[in-house]
Design a protein around this ligand. Structure first.
Ligand code: NAD
Length: 361
């Protein structure tokens, strides 16, 4: 059976890593009809928007999308096309695996952490009051009158909503993920000691949901302590479930543990739609130079294969990538020490992965 999947090659280095990833996925033998769509800076001239209606329609129809990085246009109405896609399709889960592959330059080894981040609310809900606006002053007056707290009148204000509904579904997703993937422990991240009504709520819900999964260990950690623990003893952690802001920050911390964003894929998942992406940006300075590492988008493609039920071939593809990294012969510049010129281009690394896949399938 063939799959129809939306493919967004995106901006900057996007098209060249997309070509390589397509070839690697096709080498697994999974039959995919790619529905190629535009988004990002490259769409603006043609459609007048970085996220054309036909691209949204394609994602809605195909339900699965693989997306290369998009340049966020400076000065347009969009804060970020990526955030827009998440909000538009209610993709409430951000799933990011961080795994150490032998051969990668890193201070750590033995890392295999999953960060599951709530994608819709918290301080990222976009509910902001600009300093000096009439509405902001009214809000300050309201707060002073209602709860007697003084706020400097020259403040800007961002609102942090955390709901039972979103907390419950993200924590449940984390436990279901842990169960399905034979993970042992879920750690809920919060700052409930300070933010009792938002992070406190997230923690209460996490504890309540944890009771339903007695086969999986549960613990909670205050976010600042968690940041230190991840640096000191990352091998103790398995699945982390976080509200939006802490998830964003800890994700990049974890990316740093495994060798950087070049190896960090992500999935944004809703009830029936999922968008898979590399988490690095479009690196415009390397556009068209056949220089950058295709691994993050390839790992996103591997997550996508797993999501559509092609787990065996996903594993083979991941093994092929792991072998190429371990052998160390065909790797892009970012795998090397600064000054070491013994590297290959994006296409050459891709070719080595394709050959490995063919040996395994
Ligand atoms: P970036 O991730 O594009 O690049 C920062 C640096 O990281 C690059 O100069 C390069 O040295 C390195 N790098 C990134 N990807 C690499 C790869 N695959 N292989 C090797 N090295 C790599 O971040 P930026 O320069 O801050 O952002 C550029 C554009 O990308 C901006 O418009 C930004 O908004 C956008 N962006 C998009 C996404 C996304 O689409 N998911 C994510 C982040 C940034």
């Amino acid at each position: 059976m063939g799959y129809r999947i939306t493919l967004i090659p995106g901006d900057g280095i996007g098209p060249e890593i997309t070509d390589v990833v397509k070839e690697c996925i096709e080498a697994t033998g999974v039959e995919i009809e790619w529905d190629i769509q535009e988004a990002g800076e490259c769409a603006i001239e043609k459609y007048g928007t970085p996220i054309p209606e036909k691209t949204l329609k394609s994602i809605e129809e195909n339900k699965v999308c693989l997306k290369a990085p998009l340049t966020t246009p400076v000065g347009s109405g969009f804060r970020s096309v990526n955030v827009y896609i998440r909000q538009h399709f209610n993709l409430y889960v951000c799933l990011r695996p961080f795994k150490f592959y032998e051969g990668v330059r890193s201070r750590y080894s033995n890392i295999d952490i999953i960060v599951i981040r709530e994608n819709m609310e918290d301080l990222y809900a976009g509910i902001e009051f600009q300093q000096g606006n009439k509405e902001t002053e009214e809000l300050i007056d309201f707060i002073e009158k209602k709860i007697g707290k003084r706020i400097n009148r020259d403040s800007g204000i961002s609102i942090k909503p955390i709901s039972i509904t979103n907390s419950e579904r993200i924590v449940r997703f984390a436990f279901e993920y842990a169960r399905k993937n034979r993970r042992k422990k879920v750690t809920a991240i919060h700052k409930a000691n300070i933010m009792k009504f938002t992070d406190g709520l997230f923690l209460d819900i996490s504890r309540r949901v944890a009771h339903e999964y007695s086969d999986i260990e549960f613990e909670d950690k205050i976010v600042d302590n968690m940041a230190m623990q991840l640096v000191q003893k990352p091998e103790l952690y398995d699945v982390l479930v976080c509200p939006n802001l802490y998830g964003d920050i800890l994700s990049d911390l974890c990316a740093g543990l495994i060798g950087g964003l070049g190896l960090s894929p992500g999935a944004n998942i809703g009830e029936d739609i999922a968008v898979f992406e590399a988490t690095h940006g479009s690196a415009p300075k390397y556009k068209g130079l056949n220089r950058v590492n295709p691994s993050a988008l390839l790992l996103a493609g591997i997550m996508m294969l797993d999501y559509i039920g092609e787990s065996k071939r996903a594993t083979k593809l991941e093994e092929a990538l792991a072998d190429v990294i371990k052998e160390g012969l065909y790797l892009t510049y970012d795998f090397r020490d600064p000054g070491d010129t013994n590297y290959v281009g994006t296409r050459e690394m891709g070719r080595a992965i394709v050959e490995k896949v063919r040996e395994k399938i």
